[in-house]
Design a protein around this ligand. Structure first.
Ligand code: SAM
Length: 243
């Protein structure tokens, strides 16, 4: 174990994560709205506000999937800026690229298949790196955080939006019950795939809590790290700066 959570066999986890997202890609956005009852839009809106992105900047959204964040960033940076939507999974990346293209996003946005653990970009490239609901799927989270630090410019910021630990134990129990019963049932109904949603519930439970993740960011070399709980800690937004 590492930081108190179970280490899953690396190859098994990667295969599982790949099959989950190949399987759900086409219905991913619909499932997000259903499972979070639309609240994921608010979590993402807050993340966009905290990003303080300005015109002309460079942004990497890793594990960007269907591109909700990248779409906003591409408006915010304007024609002089650049956005990279990156994901390890080509099915998710394709749904994201089609969606952004349908929304008229062009020129300033690139689509790159990449693993968060070893980002294929030069050092000091981005003003902002975001990873939303992605880190818990990554096998070596410490390597991913180091890799994100490397590609940021000095003074650049990392935002990690992820499920976290609910603040009260009552809420925690209710939430566990919801994720282990309602999520697989909804998954089955909408995607005919309850296994994928069982994996998602499990991965949420195993993800490091607020303080642990903040500690991991510090250890990687980020400074001014902090986090902001949303929906009573069901989700947290972590922030850190590259010195
Ligand atoms: N960021 C999007 C959002 O918030 O809606 C998508 C989140 S989705 C739950 C998780 C994404 O992480 C999937 O698209 C998956 O392919 C991607 N992913 C999983 N492991 C990854 C890795 N090691 N590197 C990059 N992306 C990864």
């Amino acid at each position: 174990t590492h930081f108190g959570y179970r280490t899953v066999d690396r190859e098994d986890k990667e295969k599982l994560v790949a099959s989950v997202f190949h399987s759900v890609a086409g219905r991913y956005d619909l499932m997000n709205d259903l499972m979070s009852m639309g609240v994921h839009r608010l979590w993402k809106r807050f993340t966009i506000e905290m990003s303080a992105v300005r015109t002309g900047q460079s942004v990497l959204d890793i594990a960007g999937g269907t591109g909700d964040l990248a779409m906003k960033f591409s408006e915010m940076v304007g024609p002089a800026g650049q956005v990279v939507l990156a994901d390890i999974n080509d099915s998710m990346l394709k749904v994201g690229r089609d969606k952004l293209t349908d929304h008229g996003v062009a020129g300033n946005t690139r689509y790159v298949q990449a693993n968060a653990e070893c980002l294929p970009f030069a050092e000091n490239t981005f003003d902002l790196v975001t990873i939303a609901f992605g880190l818990r799927n990554v096998t070596d989270k410490d390597a991913a955080i180091r890799s994100m630090l490397r590609v940021l410019k000095p003074g650049g910021r990392l935002l990690i939006l992820e499920f976290s630990k609910p603040r009260s134990s009552l809420l925690s129990k209710a939430y566990d019950a919801y994720s282990f019963t309602a999520l697989p049932v909804m998954g089955k109904l909408v995607t005919n795939d309850s296994e994928s949603y069982r994996y998602l519930a499990e991965s949420i439970r195993m993800h490091p809590d607020q303080e642990t993740l903040k500690g991991m960011m510090n250890e990687a070399g980020f400074v001014n790290t902090s986090y902001h709980n949303m929906t009573s800690g069901i989700v947290a937004l972590h922030k850190g700066i590259k010195p």
